[in-house]
Design a binder for this molecule. Structure first.
Ligand code: THU
Length: 132
């Protein structure tokens, strides 16, 4: 299977387990680490609304928990007609573990709709190299 297909299937499966009783908007995400392993995550909401986390954050946490800290691709899966791109906080979290040329794939049920680079969605980023 193509790597993007693998990301898509992982994100789609994760989306089904999303805990989103407040927004009713379920999101799945999958990241591809630089060593070629795929990690999934879903949004996990909370009755104290700001405490909820996004699917991208959960997928990144799964990757880091497994011992990896660089990724080449991330895919976001959600339903509806609109492109569901990562929120601002997640763009910064992605940038922590990905270079500006890493890819962010935005998918709906029919497949990938658009692919951006990290630089496209977070230009002139403040990244780890700023403190190096
Ligand atoms: N959400 C994500 O998990 N990822 C995104 O890229 C956009 C939004 C979640 C947060 C919240 O649980 C729900 O979608 C509605 O905003």
């Amino acid at each position: 299977m193509d790597l993007v297909d693998s990301l898509f299937e992982t994100a789609r499966a994760a989306q089904m387990n999303a805990y989103a009783p407040y927004s009713r908007f379920k999101v799945g995400a999958a990241v591809l680490s630089s060593s070629g392993v795929v990690y999934g995550g879903c949004n996990v909401e909370n009755v104290a609304y700001p405490v909820g986390i996004c699917a991208e954050t959960a997928a990144i946490a799964a990757m880091v928990c497994a011992g990896a800290n660089q990724m080449s691709d991330i895919l976001v899966f959600a339903e509806g007609d609109a492109l569901v791109t990562p929120c601002g906080a997640c763009r910064q979290r992605i940038r922590e573990f990905a270079g500006g040329d890493a890819r962010i794939h935005i998918a709906g049920p029919e497949g990938v709709r658009r692919t951006f680079t990290v630089d496209d969605l977070l230009p002139y980023a403040f990244g780890p190299e700023n403190l190096a």
